[in-house]
Design a protein around this ligand. Sequence first.
Ligand SMILES: NC(=O)c1cc2c(=O)c3cc(F)ccc3oc2nc1N
Length: 330
Amino acid sequence: MDKAAAAKRINELRKQIEEHNYYYYVLDRPRITDAEYDRLMRELTELEQQYPDLVTPDSPTQRVGGAPAQGFQSVRHLAPMLSLSNAFSAADLLDFDKRVRNGLAGARVEYVVELKIDGLAVSLLYENGRFVRGATRGDGEVGEDITQNLKTIKSIPLRLRQDLELLEVRGEAYMPKKEFARVNEAREEAGEPLFANPRNAAAGSLRQLDPAVTAERSLDIFLYALGAVQGQAPVKTHLEGLHLLKDLGFRINPNIVLLPNINEVIDYCQNWTEKRHDLPYEIDGMVIKVNSLAQQAALGFTSKSPRWAIAYKFPAEQAVTKVKRIYVRV
Ligand SMILES: NC(=O)c1cc2c(=O)c3cc(F)ccc3oc2nc1N
């Protein structure tokens, strides 16, 4: 095949593979088998090996980046990455609702409620539809550049489904419970120290200097906030923002709901206190957000947290140590 034909075939393959990634990771409805997907990837890899100058950073073959980094560059977020204030009881949530409604002169408020994924907060930057940079929260203003490591997370699109001029999004990268058990088993075998919990394991995996190590650990991510965006009509509510994220190719958690008042929010949060143990990933609470972006803007931020959102933390698990008594008949 000559170079022009190869270039054409390479572009076709990239489009097909990106489409299959969207159906598999975002819609959770794969349209081809893993074997067919691998065949497409193999054909693309072989063509790129034949014509190396046709390789581009956003090609699906470029997920496991270059050589290990010496250290992490610092990056300044386009908008500060703040943290959530906490509620620990229904009473705290009622107080939050009262503050919100006072701040809005008694206007009607509806809330979006999300699971609070227990992972590592990250920010992803896209320019002209391509993933150009990923960073940790850091101190909220400046984080660490972990782009090469984030590229290894297969559900992070290297190319958006719409080529927006500029887009910054926030999400929580995490390690599923099963992967956490597998990684710790391997570490035990190798006599290495174990990770205390999936959050530490995800953070440890993403703050690896060698992307090849990160690539060995199947991490995943749920996006939860639309940050700076250029080239797209502004959305009016948080929920529309989440739908836009999904349309762009991002993975959104399936358990997000819109509720009309704080009492329904309290019920929904309390239901998840037990239900969370059935999830394939850890959550340490719920996140409640005012849905209207105009109301969010009216409420604004304190020095470190939004006034229009709060985290409801589940009660700490009673550390029940199951002591097995073994009675030996003497
Ligand atoms: N861990 C999470 O699953 C999660 C975390 C945050 C935040 O940390 C967060 C921080 C802000 F300043 C504003 C909104 C937020 O929304 C969030 N939404 C979520 N679903």
